[in-house]
Design a protein around this ligand. Sequence first.
Ligand code: CEZ
Length: 802
Amino acid sequence: LLSSAAEEARCTLTSPTAMPAASAFLWNRRMLLQVNCRGFVVARHMQPEPAAYAHAPNLEAKTFMQPEQPFYAHHPGRFLYVKDEDNGALFSCPYEPVRARAEQFAFSVGADEITWRLRQAGLEMTMTLRVPVDDAVELWECTLRNDSPGARRISAYPYFPVGYMSWMNQSGEYRADLGGIVCSSITPYQKVDDYFKNQHLKDKTFLLHETAPDAWEAAQSVFEGEGGLHNPDGVRQPLLGGGDARYQVPTAALQYQLQLAPGEERTLRFLFGPARDDEEIFALRERYLSATGFATAAREYQEYLAQGRGCLQIETPDRELDAFANHWLPRQVFYHGDVNRLTTDPQTRNYLQDQLGMAYIRPQTARSALLRTLSQQKADGSLPDGILLSPEAELKYINQVPHTDHCVWLPIFLRGYLDETGDHALLDERVIPEGEDKVDGEGHGRSVFECVSRAMDWLAAARDDRGLSYIGQGDWCDPMNMVGYRGRGVSGWLSLATAYALKLWAEICRQQNQLGPAEKYVRLAAEINSAVNRHLWDGDWFARGITDDGTVFGVSEDQEGSIFLNPQSWALLSGAADDNQRKRLLRAVKQQLETPFGPMMLAPAYTGMREDVGRVTQKFPGSAENGSVYNHAAAFYIYSLYAIGESDRAWHLLRQMIPGPGREDLMQRGQLPVYIPNYYRGAWYQYPAHAGRSSQLLHTGTAAWIYRCLIEQLFGLKGEGEGLRIAPQLPSHWPQAQVQRRFRGAVFDVQFERRVRGDGLQVYVDGEPLTEPLISPVEAGRVYHLRVLLPPAEGSAPTEAV
Ligand code: CEZ
């Protein structure tokens, strides 16, 4: 069903029906394409707000990327019909719309291209999709090869539906001068102001060909006719009719009549994408539409991807993990960090966590992101709900709802960034707050250190009489919008996260020799931890919060939502949980939240609205924040388990996050191990048949956290001061592993070996034993050979530690 290579980034699915929603993605600085194995595509380009250029056939709402996005016959996709001119046999690549079974099918996903390879009735067909680095355009290469003993006469029809572009004005026509079909529209609007704003929009969608076709059709209804997409009238005629779309739904369909001798093949290249005008279309054609244009774009794109290769290469007993950690995970982290989920106003918490991931990949980007964030800090020390990335950007969607947790992510980001880079100079960097250009009276702004301290003071102050953090209309969990909308409700998670953030910041203060503030923040953290213990410890776990009316929720008395994962994870991190509480809450999580697909975020999932909790309770039970295996939350838990040395338990959950390798697991998740989705369905006890199914949504803070867990915790190769500390927590059943870690300009080749007997950890550097497992200072440019002997595994089974 699935094969994946550890050496290169490639994952191949051999059925279009076994995991029908299985998808992969390609992106560049201007666009994102999520492509599923059957040929359906969700594409967005930035202008600078995200927009589609191939649409549904009816009015679609403008929205952000959605989980479990449904597909239907007319969903945008890229297809190639192939008709045998001698016997009329018809099928389509890659699978939709005809849905005829190919004799051989491969959806082969690489890091820099996606290829389908099909074999059917003596023909071999490939379709390859690439993107360039800096233009919103799809580069398609289709090859047809005659593998049969005799000559073949076929017609091939690229069919790239464009959909309902606009209710005001839309059309499509063949343009011989530009070499392809160009569909035009006017983005609908009603306010005069929008007329001026919309001037720059790319309202055209084109399909350009390198080789002139024999025929074409630009009207969707004419192409489809009465036969429907399974058997369109267009392809049943000898030649497409050459029609235009005049305020009908346009499409882009071409026809090539090909005669292929045995062994002969033909390659056709196309460009598909949005444009503003003819000049732009023409320029794209000139730049890309040739064999050399494609080859140059491919090489440049590989160079671009190489910037995201990350800092860790591993070879472990788990080759699927190797493939994932070496290729796919850093790629996903890089995607998030380089283009910020293709939004112009990323949620502040998402931005800071995505950039935490970037600290391990391209730290200078992470550095500027922090400075940008602080330049938008508010006068009271709090952060806005979203960070504006361009002057035209506005806060949209969820960023219009006040959330209270954003400041927490500052020291979390900084801890990771400083450990990775040693760049303490960042803390002295001056920030001029936007709209407040003379903070110190001289226009020198504030130091990063001061900005973060102000954010910490804001967090410490945003608490009630009990000492717990107000939730406002949401914390990390943004649909938890009604716990505190009347101004009194508090968040248990946020209180713990605040305590943790203050502790992290105190440590940074100490390193900066700011002993007074360090002491203050440690004291505040302790105060919050004890407030949480006083008001929110439920006997076996921590509650999630207290509503506006004073009801504690996320407790054993609740029929639904009785236990939440986040407060437990962060109680481990903040130090709120003592040994006894740790044992109890670990057991509770295991008993009530763990599933074969990872830990659920809460259980039992809500089945009806709780007006004192909010919108989260209206989500379908087991989906998203309502009790799915929400991977971001699972990642916090994994990180916290490593933080307390629960290595095997952490490993077990980390491994569950990656689909496969078994067939049954893959089928249940329906997801390729080429990215971590934001969730797998939960509600394991309520809807077991659906549990495990992937959301296929590739936007998630999980990627950054899991990358960090691998680097700093599992392999334990973490920056500390001027050096690198070695504190591995390999799964106890691994006898050995090899790792290459790039760190501050040096390379560490590490050989881990599990001792059969003997004592604790012992590290050798170039043959010499270390007295302490810390290499400091690290010399840039040097290659270190490390041999790391691990203490022998204890007899216990991996997940039975409690
Ligand atoms: O959005 C994510 C947010 O981007 O949900 C996380 C939150 O921490 C991230 O910042 C948990 O709530 O209903 C909603 O508004 C949802 O909250 C979604 O928007 C969710 C999306 O599924 C995107 O991942």
